[in-house]
Design a protein around this ligand. Structure first.
Ligand code: AMP
Length: 455
């Protein structure tokens, strides 16, 4: 085993490609990109594509939403196009590119992209993941595919029953490698690596370059080029971060009050557990707020319905656990709430990265309970700054009546300056959820981890 690898050399200055044509991709691929409506490559694409075309191993730091899928899929398809053939013989379609992802949702998403980008090439592809029947996947694999997208556990199941042979894999992509490690896939990855030829090109994509990722890179990659794109959202940039110290029992009111005070049209509200997500979601719904809940125990159809509702602006508050929200790509989301601070400080950055995208301003509000001071310190250490703490906005009070300018009619009773009783608070009357003109909420993907046992 290689010890912790030295950080690979950074990418030499690469000229930024302004168009996809500058990247010298095959016309069939350019036509597909055109059909997708992409006009210019994203930074990760203009950096990674030339390196992949030049047969380099790649250690790429890029989060979901940066265009990372096309960054590996386009050059892979370009390099595989010579193998495209219309033969019906499975032997003519060995697996040549293997893409491993931590979750079935990401696997499906990546495969959809491969199909879209490769639609003008007679290359075959399929996707296999846990939590679904083996039969259909087996049938697709037996026919032969050049590109296979898979979650690790299910791939090993198929490899174990000799349904798939990986001895001709030339390209390996580890997508969201940090997630795969977090989810305990390292042993599976090692077993898969043993089934692949040593001579191959390996591309590793990860949101972070942790020591574990560098170690993995040292084991699996050969002299990789390092590519980093600025995270679209880092804790320090466009997101306004603020904390409120709120006892647990008052968090619901605090949340509604802040939403109202800030005039927030929509927000994701993060909880640590599925239990809190369920409870909070129900409380919000009871108070007349259009809220939906997504977490790992929700059926796929429920998650999709919730997201669609959120995308359309019908849902104002989407209550989510960390894992459920991973990969959610929502353009111009005005705010996120940490209803509970995460156990892992890194998740704080993932959470707040859902807002303030593409230079738009965003707001991240943390409601800090009495028991959460330690978690707050962890977050502050991680983001290397202290979180500004604000005081809660007052509960809504009626505005004192303006004194009339016209002469008052003689009245036997003096009129009070303001109602002595505050009007009942209406925290649930939230601002209109509809997006402003020109504002779009695009839900690009929802990635849920496959249950480890069945992945
Ligand atoms: P990804 O980071 O791969 O999940 O991609 C995020 C989203 O960006 C997906 O919806 C892609 O279809 C889209 N996308 C990828 N590349 C481009 C591009 N060059 N121009 C516009 N959209 C893109």
């Amino acid at each position: 085993m290689t010890e912790l690898a030295a950080a690979p050399a950074s990418t030499p200055a690469i000229e930024q490609a302004n168009t996809f044509a500058d990247l010298h991709l095959a016309p069939e691929i350019l036509a597909a990109i055109n059909a997708m409506g992409y006009s210019t490559p994203t930074p990760i694409q203009s950096q990674a594509i030339p390196l992949v075309l030049a047969a380099r191993d790649l250690l790429a730091q890029a989060q979901t939403g940066t265009g990372k899928t096309a960054a590996f899929a386009l050059p892979l398809l370009h390099r595989l196009r010579g193998f495209a053939n219309t033969s019906t013989s499975p032997a003519r379609h060995p697996v040549r590119a293997l893409v491993l992802t931590p979750t079935r949702e990401l696997a499906i998403q990546v495969h959809d992209s491969v199909v879209a980008y490769g639609k003008n090439l007679p290359l075959r592809s399929t996707v296999v993941y846990g939590g679904a029947g083996m039969q259909e996947q087996t049938a697709a694999l037996r026919q032969g595919v050049e590109v296979l997208v898979a979650t690790p556990g299910r791939l090993l199941d198929h490899a174990g029953s000799k349904v798939v042979n990986l001895s001709q894999v030339q390209f390996l992509v580890l997508d969201e490698a940090d997630r795969m490690l977090d989810m305990g896939f390292l042993p599976d990855l090692k077993r898969i690596l043993e089934l692949l030829p040593k001579q191959r090109q390996t591309l590793l994509f990860s949101a972070t370059f942790s020591d574990d990722i560098l170690r993995l890179s040292g084991q699996f990659l050969h002299d990789p080029q390092k590519v980093e794109v600025a995270r679209r959202n880092t804790a320090a940039e466009t997101v306004e971060q603020v904390g409120y110290r709120v006892p647990e029992a008052e968090k619901l009111d605090a949340l509604l009050r802040i939403v109202k005070q800030r005039g927030l049209t929509q927000a994701i509200v993060f909880t640590r557990t599925k239990l809190t997500a369920d409870k909070l979601g129900r409380q919000l719904q009871k108070r007349g707020v259009s809220a939906a809940i997504i977490h790992g125990d929700k059926a796929q159809v429920e998650r999709i319905t919730a997201l669609e509702g959120f995308k359309k602006g019908e849902i104002q508050l989407l209550v989510a656990t960390d894992i459920a929200a991973r990969g959610l790509d929502i353009a111009e989301l005005p705010a996120v709430f940490n209803y509970e601070l995460p156990y892992h400080a890194e998740d704080y950055v993932h959470r707040i990265g859902r807002t303030g995208r593409a230079g738009a301003s965003g707001l991240a509000v943390s409601l800090i309970g009495k028991e959460e001071e330690k978690l707050l310190s962890g977050v502050e250490r991680f983001i290397q700054r202290s979180l500004p703490i604000d005081t809660l906005p007052e509960a809504a009070r009626p505005v004192a009546r303006e004194p009339r300018s016209e002469p008052r009619a003689a009245s036997p009773m003096p009129r009070p300056a303001a109602d002595p009783m505050p009007a009942p608070e209406q925290p649930d009357a939230l601002p209109n959820p509809g997006y402003k003109r020109g504002q779009k909420a695009a839900v690009c993907a929802l990635f849920m981890p496959s249950p480890r046992s069945s992945s």
